[in-house]
Design a protein around this ligand. Structure first.
Ligand code: MG
Length: 170
């Protein structure tokens, strides 16, 4: 059985990860709408990964005898004001998610819940990668995005991203 506060935060994270999936699907739809299908594909794959994250939290709670409470998923609330602006919003969102993961880690640490800390280790590393990916996209857009040919090639590069199941298996 998990500590009440730790269980509550893990439960809330299920919703946050599904919200991330929803938000990135919104990003994906935006890019398809403006004709950047490669960016659309990249964020569609990202949305799939976020759904996987949500399911890992569900599974972890269940493996520890906790009931999972599903709450309403909020409407994506990020303004979609331009190809580069959306990438910047993506980085901001990942930084926020990192803070959420760290917050759960803090709570687990406070009650010496080593099992949850070990589970969260994967997410700590994953958030480092997510932030790095988001920063890299912004850098590439800054370098090539204002040039039509550069943008075309970058879009093609992002079109090649394929979905892969998460490396964490519970
Ligand atoms: Mg995530």
């Amino acid at each position: 059985m998990l500590d009440k506060n730790v269980a509550k935060l893990l439960n809330e994270q299920v919703n946050k990860e599904f919200y991330s999936a929803y938000l990135y699907l919104d990003f994906s739809n935006y890019y398809y709408d403006i004709g950047l299908d490669g960016f659309g594909n990249w964020y569609k794959v990202q949305a799939q990964e976020e759904r996987d994250h949500a399911m890992l939290f569900v599974q972890y709670l269940q493996m520890n005898g906790e009931n999972v409470t599903l709450e309403a998923i909020a409407k994506p609330d990020v303004p979609l004001t331009g190809a580069k602006a959306v990438l910047e919003e993506g980085l901001k969102h990942e930084q926020y998610v990192t803070s959420l993961i760290h917050n759960i880690y803090d709570a687990a640490y406070a009650v010496k819940d080593f099992r949850t800390m070990q589970f969260l280790d994967w997410f700590v590393k994953e958030q480092g990668e997510e932030e790095n990916n988001a920063e890299s996209l912004i850098k590439k857009y800054s370098l090539f995005g204002d040039d039509a040919k550069g943008l075309y090639m970058l879009d093609n590069e992002l079109a090649a991203r394929v979905y892969a199941a998460p490396s964490l298996v519970l």
